[in-house]
Design a protein around this ligand. Sequence first.
Ligand code: ZN
Ligand code: ZN
Length: 546
Amino acid sequence: MKKIFVLSICLFLFIAKSQSQDKTQTKPKLVVGVVIDQMRYDYLTRYAERYGKNGFNRLLKDGFSLENAHYNYIPTYTAVGHTSIFTGTTPSNHGIISNNWYDKFLKKSIYCVDDNNYKTVGNNGVNGEKSPFRLYTTTVTDQLHLAQNMKGKTIGISIKDRSAILPVGHTANAAYWYDGDNYNTWITSTFYMDKLPKWVIDFNKNNKADEYLNQTWTTLYDLKTYTNSRTDNNIFEGKLKGQEAPTFPKDLKKLRAKNGNYSLIKAIPAGNTLTADFAKAAIIGENLGKSEFTDFLTVSFSSTDYVGHKYGVAAVETEDTYLRLDKDLADFFTFLDQQVGKDNYTLFLTADHAAVHNPAYLQSLKIPAHYFDIKKFKAFVLEVTQKYFNSKELIENISNYQLFLDKNKIESLGLDAQKVAEKLADEALDFDGIYKSVTAKTLQTTNFTDGILNSLQNGYNQKFSGDVLLIPYPATLTGGRKGTSHGSGNSYDTHVPIIFYGHGIKKGSSSKKYEIIDIAPTMANLLQIEFPNGTSGKVIDEVLEK
Ligand code: ZN
Ligand code: ZN
């Protein structure tokens, strides 16, 4: 009797233990990585009162929010951001040093995902000739594939090609992006497949782009209630071609011909809705979250970035875009609950960079802000090389605040490339607008442990970056005086939301400082797989249920 009692106690303990192990050690059926292009952290708080319960607020309430998360490199551009989120490292390791850059070896400017070894799949245009070949490390989705012996599906989706391709790395089952102009089609590259799956063909036939574009964009609520933004008509905002002023309502049906026809959808909130429509179709069409293996879907909402560039940070258009995105997200999360099951997915939401307030607007408030004149700077640099080295042919390219020297020319003139670089770095500070400058040599031989020079160093790739690297004043833009942009290592560009939610994630928030490169190792730890092979971030322990 006693023996049986002890035995049954043991059995009970064994079952209890294995049940609790089950609970913490099971893996999500689906991971969803959501990236909101150009979302500043303060968009979570600035517009909070009008977000609904089931969008951003659902993640904040039931997930874990990092309130002090930053990009830790320069430049904060889209391709670089998406790559760093999913590789857990910075341009110094992963090789995606900008959206476009000067390729020293090809001696020409290139675009991050262009690859003419591949053809477009989905229409007869050229916008599918892409691949991730310039990415030198693996992504967390590559590692998931390796860990599951290539089982489970990894799919990237965005209106922008680079934001679909780079997150899902080299082994993706698919990446899809939206074409535009006269093509109302989601396309891919022969890098991934030779023909579109049936669900994509069906989606392209039946999608709602025309319905969305034949509407008028009016504000979701009464225009007068947009008190978190400047007045609708002001001098700091760009406007759609064919509009007299940057104001509501925007008659899209009338404006679409002058604004790239289907491309107009990228620059309005409905571009996000179309992206969510496509993501839902992918989840159904590919049966994501239904197998014994973990699937990984990345969805980048890009229309926020087009809207941000045109109208800027404090615009009614931007506020309205986020209020509408909140509804799209709420709808998408409810769809995930129904399709995949509430406890079966893990999701994280972040941004690929943030954005600065319009510099002219800041100036109007007496806050120091600047416009950098690249043309004048190029002329200045040539004067410097003429004055000190008696030649105007020593520079191959100036882009992304980097100078690329013509080392063959320098050698043929019997000059020392390092001396030329040092002289240029010194003299650059005499140009109004340049705030800091260093040579590549300095970045190779000095370890900057914090501050903006650390960010510059993390963005510096010894093989691909330039020979002199410059940093402009805070709150500097290069383009026109309307709307905004991004790219710096300053807080307005680096501070973004990171919220984890769902299977394996605790509820809570933290104001401890984290870096964007911490997301990938954290997800790898949650999935119990190897880290991406260039990882330099760390596991964010406090978000994980263990
Ligand atoms: Zn972006
Ligand atoms: Zn942008």
